[in-house]
Design a protein around this ligand. Structure first.
Ligand SMILES: Cc1cc2nc3c(=O)[nH]c(=O)nc-3n(C[C@H](O)[C@H](O)[C@H](O)COP(=O)(O)O)c2cc1C
Length: 334
């Protein structure tokens, strides 16, 4: 069975990748992920706030800290999805590269152009095989237009592309007005891969304590539909690899994402739920599904149901939409 896959210019043993999460900040987990068969590992993001927190600790020691800066940092959690300062991060990257054969992809989330450039270079120097740009931010500034929000992606990419030579992936928000156009611009601007999608901060409200709930719900398989749609729309039409991220609960979602046209399928929630060894179950399920159908390579199913391969047109899609909406009038369907 040939599961080999090419992603952002890297030759991978199979299409299952561990997406960025605190699980991958631990060297033992990284080794266990490789033992379970994972094809590549994305390190958790190095966040600018963490870099600043490290600077703050230093400035506190030297007495040079300003109070407003200290207050801003209190909004950033000390535990949970924080992963340590720059030194620890770069050390992790270096040790992970030495510990396993699977490619290690660094991840960066910055707010200033200097930050993107400086830390991208340092992650490359630490030996990472690739770099994922996590351009996550919530456009709560009401003066920001959609165009300005979308323009951040190519701007960040251009700055980092000039700085590093390792392959670059850009992780997109699902809430852009024209994800296809942004994807095309990024591919033209030198992105080797696009990750669809990040999962954004969505707080709840605790109606007993009358306060915000900042907990994080792990994803469910129902959530694959939006990334599945965009993977299917983009497959074969942009010159960048496509990674599906969100909603993998079992091997079935992996099959679906591959059929839509994903080059790799990433998972975090399933690993947090079942442990890093679950990668082995995902791969066993994928292999069993392929062999039950006499299919000997993942390339045979990749993109089989993409928009391009199906020859779908806008008129067909509008007709399908109308058909779905007519469902209640059509009565119960079998
Ligand atoms: C606890 C946790 C921490 C995460 N940390 C990061 C991160 O540091 N950088 C990033 O790009 N994505 C991060 N993510 C998002 C995941 O990489 C992934 O894109 C998202 O969870 C959707 O995949 P899933 O449905 O398989 O969980 C995190 C997700 C979780 C649940």
């Amino acid at each position: 069975m040939d599961l080999s896959t090419r992603y952002m210019g890297l030759e991978l043993a199979n299409p299952v990748v561990a997406s960025a999460s605190p699980l991958n900040a631990d060297l033992d987990n990284i080794r266990r992920l490789e033992d379970a068969g994972v094809a590549a590992i994305v390190l958790p993001s190095l966040f600018e706030e963490e870099i600043r927190a490290e600077a703050l600790r230093y400035e506190r020691l030297t007495g040079a800290v300003t109070e407003s800066f200290a207050e801003a940092l209190t909004y950033f959690p000390e535990h949970g999805i924080t992963h340590g300062g720059t030194t620890r991060y770069l050390d992790l990257a270096q040790r992970a590269v030495e510990a396993v054969d699977a490619p290690i992809i660094g991840s960066l989330n910055d707010t200033t152009p200097e930050g993107w450039i400086t830390y991208a270079r340092e992650i490359e120097e630490a030996g990472a095989h690739g770099l994922e740009l996590n351009v996550y931010f919530l456009p709560t500034d009401l003066s920001l237009s959609g165009r300005a929000v979308e323009q951040r992606y190519p701007d960040v990419l251009a700055a980092v592309r000039e700085t590093v030579t390792i392959p670059i992936a850009v992780k997109l928000s699902p809430y852009l007005s024209a994800p296809g156009h942004v994807a095309m611009e990024l591919a033209r601007g030198g992105a080797d891969a696009l990750v669809l999608f990040n999962r954004l901060y969505q707080p709840d409200i605790d109606i007993v304590r009358l306060q915000l709930r900042n907990d994080l719900e792990l994803s469910r398989h129902e959530e694959i539909r939006l990334p599945l749609l965009w993977i299917a729309v983009l497959a074969g039409r942009v010159r960048a690899s496509l990674a599906a991220s969100t909603g993998v609960e079992s091997w079935e979602e992996i099959v679906k994402y591959l059929m839509a046209g994903a080059d790799v399928v990433m998972t975090t929630s399933a690993l947090l739920r079942h442990g890093v060894g679950f990668v082995g179950d995902l791969l066993a399920g994928l292999r069993a599904w392929l062999s039950a159908r006499g299919i000997h390579s993942v390339d045979r199913i990749r993109g089989l149901l993409s928009r391009q391969r199906l020859g779908l047109t806008e008129a067909f899609e509008r007709a399908s939409y109308l058909e779905i909406l007519s469902w209640p009038r059509g009565g119960e369907r079998s």
